[in-house]
Design a protein around this ligand. Structure first.
Ligand code: UTP
Length: 286
């Protein structure tokens, strides 16, 4: 079944990025001049998704405004003849079908995904987290969707991470069953480094069977007192096939300071107009 709907949870408090996230959504923090959530939405649309649901929450209105029309701004730019800026602004408000629902309390990622039940209905769907931005020739979600079509089962994105980092992620126990492909046998959220079942960490892209909504409903708070998606996935693997796919591409974890800085530097170096002077600056710095 073709996946046409994607869910982007964006209702978290962004504690790791305080104070920047006190009065502004973490998802609106830009890498250079584009909010992180826009990169993620572009990836979903480039992968063929038709409808996107953003799980919003208190203090997140800037996200809706960003993807809405901005008549005064557009009129101003048109009057001043700022064509490029006008085009950029118009392009954003024409981006796909974006819907919103509120998670009233940030009870965890699993709970946030559960808020998408009415939107998703009874079909497989994608989940994308804004903390992970992936640069790749084929969009990361498209790679996952291709696997989903081939396998006819839920697929989650995984990446090998250094041992000292496993405790930051959900980690899978799995068996390699093909190129880049693992059959997931178990998952554990944020394990201590010496107890992790592998170094294969779950990244922010999932293609899920709608049965996950029933499982989320039964899920009690876990790590950090939050209703964890990993715990619901754990129950899923008891009865259904779940695959982990080691996607091709470079992932940036922009949800914390160092990852954010790496993304900023790399993305800046891709920009023709700043590349040379910025390189020059970096060379002098190091
Ligand atoms: P994170 O744990 O990375 O985001 O959740 P956070 O809670 O905003 O950030 P920190 O950890 O406090 O710094 C992954 C994604 O899930 C969303 C977040 O917005 C983020 O995009 N999320 C998390 C929700 O939508 N609701 C929640 O209750 C928790």
């Amino acid at each position: 079944m073709r996946v046409k709907k994607a869910v982007i949870p964006a209702a978290g408090l962004g504690v790791r990025f305080l104070p920047a996230t006190k009065a502004q959504p973490k998802e609106m923090i830009p890498i250079i001049d584009k909010p992180t959530i826009q990169y993620v939405i572009e990836e979903a649309l480039d992968s063929g998704v038709e409808d996107i649901l953003i799980i919003s929450g208190r203090g997140k209105r800037a996200i809706e405004d960003h993807f809405d029309h901005a008549p005064e701004l557009e009129a101003h730019l048109a009057q001043k003849g700022k064509e490029a800026a006008l085009e950029a602004v118009r392009r954003i408000s024409a981006m796909g079908n974006i819907h919103y629902v509120r998670q009233r309390q940030p009870l965890g990622l699993g709970h946030a995904v559960g808020c998408a039940r009415a939107f998703v209905g009874n079909e497989p769907f994608a989940v994308l987290l804004g903390d992970d931005i992936v640069r790749s020739d084929v969009p990361c979600l498209k790679q996952m969707l291709d696997q989903h079509t081939r396998l006819g089962a839920s697929v989650i994105a995984i990446e090998e991470v250094p041992q000292e980092d496993v405790s930051k992620y959900g980690v899978i126990k799995g068996r390699e069953v093909g190129p880049r492909l693992y059959r997931v046998e178990d998952l554990v959220e944020k394990p201590p480094a010496d107890q992790a079942p592998s170094r294969l960490a779950v990244m922010g892209r999932y293609i899920l069977d709608p049965w996950i909504f029933d499982l989320i409903k039964e899920t009690v708070p876990g790590a950090g007192g939050e209703i964890q998606l990993t715990d619901a996935l754990r129950k899923l693997v008891e009865a259904q096939l779940l695959y982990g796919y080691r996607f091709e591409g470079r992932r940036y974890d922009v949800g914390y300071c160092l990852g954010y800085l790496k993304a900023t530097v790399d993305f800046a170096l891709e920009r023709e107009e700043v590349r040379e002077p910025f390189l020059d600056y970096l060379r002098r710095k190091v």
